[in-house]
Design a protein around this ligand. Sequence first.
Ligand code: CP
Length: 308
Amino acid sequence: MNHFLDIHKTKPDALRNIIDNARLIKNARAGRPKGALDDEQALTGHVVALIFEKPSTRTRVSFDVGVRQMGGQSMVLSGSDMQLGHGETIADTARVLSRFVDLIMIRTFDESVLHEMAEFATVPVINGLTDRTHPCQIMADVMTFEEHRGPIAGKKVVWTGDGNNVCASFLHAAAQFGFDLTFTGPVQLDPEMEFVGLARNAGVSVQIERDPIKAVDGADLVVTDTWVSMHDAQSSRERRHNMLRQYQVNDELMRHAKPDALFMHCLPAHRGEEVTSEIMDGPKSVIFDEAENRLHAQKAIMRWCLDI
Ligand code: CP
């Protein structure tokens, strides 16, 4: 059974197939109304459960629309409204849902919930974000980079700011797709060294550079994310902002990257904090392509999970 739990747990040839299929799926829909069904109704007769224990706009809508376009049916479930949020075990929830649906996507806090769901489900499980990783996002990001600039292998990606769950999945992708990654941010918010080591062991360069201007030298892609993630305490907001202010993506920083460098942000963004509006809305930004590509990439992921 093909669970899509993390990029480093999925074989490189499967990841490449997913990206290539996502491009085909996107091209096949070019110019069509969003509500139109795909020519190929791959999910006809399939039901997909989309479980959210955290807020979401992009993940929720892109999965839901993706299932519908492929002829399937989806149900969006809030963790707090399920018995899951009132003491039923994850294992029992997984076994029960598997009797009703063909595929489960879950966004949760601790990744142990995702892993327990996958262990006890008898249908594929997809990671829609945990406190530790966000693989669907980075599949869309790799697809987006390659649409604009060709193969990502050998390119230099710079992550600036908080070494959070999205950064973690970028490190996994560096290892699997063969690009170099430089992290620039305060030492207190470094990415997990386990993931840094994993990428380095795969033979790619992972650098940690405290000076953001030096870090972006030669960058093909500059990426950032919110300074206070969903799992971070709001009480840490001021401390985090003070640590991260110098890592804002702005015109001055982007001037030190390659002239054709792209800017990405998984969204939602906090304009004027981790990135300026000039960059968000400027010519280097591909943020809305990234958001759209969640749809196409996840359709390819669902098809891979179901082997259809
Ligand atoms: N980037 C992302 O996962 O967006 P949502 O939190 O809106 O799903």
